[in-house]
Design a protein. Sequence first.
Lengths: 187, 262
Amino acid sequence: MKNNLTYLNALLTNNSVIIKKLYKENFPAVRKFVIQNKGQEADAEDVFQKAIVQISVRYRKEKFEINSSFEAYLFTACKNLWRRELNKSKRRVTSLHAFEQPNEEQDQALALLEQKRWELFNESLKSISENCQEVLKLFFTKTAYSIIVEKLGYNSETVARQRVFKCKKKLSQIIKNDPRFKMLKQL
Amino acid sequence: MSEEEHILIDSFLNSELTQNEQKLFLKRMEQSAEFNEHVNFEKQLRETLNINDWSFAHNIEHTEVKTYVELFSSSKTKALESTLEKIMQDKEIPTKRNFYPWYGIAALLVLSLSVFSIFNTGSSTQELYAQFYNPSELPSLIVRGALDEDNYNKVQQLFEEENFTETILFTEELLATTSKNRATLMLFQGISFTETKQYSNAIETYNNLIESNLLDAEKGYWFKALTYLKSEDTQKAKNTLRSIIQNNFYNHVKAKELLDKL
């Protein structure tokens, strides 16, 4: 996509005219999303800035390709950074091991790699059958097996459990066979 | 990984193990790198693919993390951050939403429908539809300087005049030819179908919106729920509202309020 390259190159060259255009056209949607999801104007600005910087750093390192429009990609990056922010309080509480607190640049680097992992997992999810996607989405959003049975018309909870197991196995295989996984799993 | 192991890891991640079982589980994680890897992967899967959660990385000693840290610390990145800060300080974007001139008319319509319902024995789903359908939350289609500006303005006008049959025709034509404002066009079209009781067409339009990668795709769920409500399919309305709430989609707070009333 031609526009995507224009925007990516503008970030690399710090072209304030194009960056301003990007901000004017895309910030309102980000602001709306953040405010609708427990945030403030300042949070939206922070998320928008971090997303732009994240994309520029990633592009500087590896010239990655954006398959959607740049605007849609930027919005997803912002949404994920806000999801991350909302979940930060649980980071230390629920992790399985003790970890050193990252400084600002380390935290940005971790967020970038988490975004890459999110992309790999979501792309892989989209590549399995629709039925599997549906059952796994319910499973991952912690829906009780009794409700999965009701929603998807399985005969019993045992059948639903087996289906989740099979679909998750398929998804795991796809993720683990992807060359990107080797690096991302050690995070 | 066997199915038994999968159930065991599930139970651990759901905090369903007894104290003793958990102790044994953690010990096994310490002793077996393979098992430890399985547990971590399962945790990452759950956190990444749950829209309300997030999977954090922690390994700041990872070479890739170190490479990115250098780039984030570089003078080029700092210059970009400074440009963004300057742009944001300008605050050229209005912080208050625009209320469209037809907001008053819409409010009056909602009010009159509610009053009508009170004095009538109309079903409660119709009352709720009138209460929760709020056209003022729709984005405007008015575009300035575009080649097909007139067509967009026409659709906006027809919709505001509640000429829904014409709105459907114009939106269909525009959707077939343009890539601009597609989500708003689909919303105008979906609502027009609903208002003219063409419910299956409305649902199809919203499904197309939901499946698109447009920024406003999530809105499709809300208007789909309202369509089910108006067509008096309470069960489907409830299911759609539950999805909105579970996934924190657009209008999830209103969705909760509406679900409580159904």
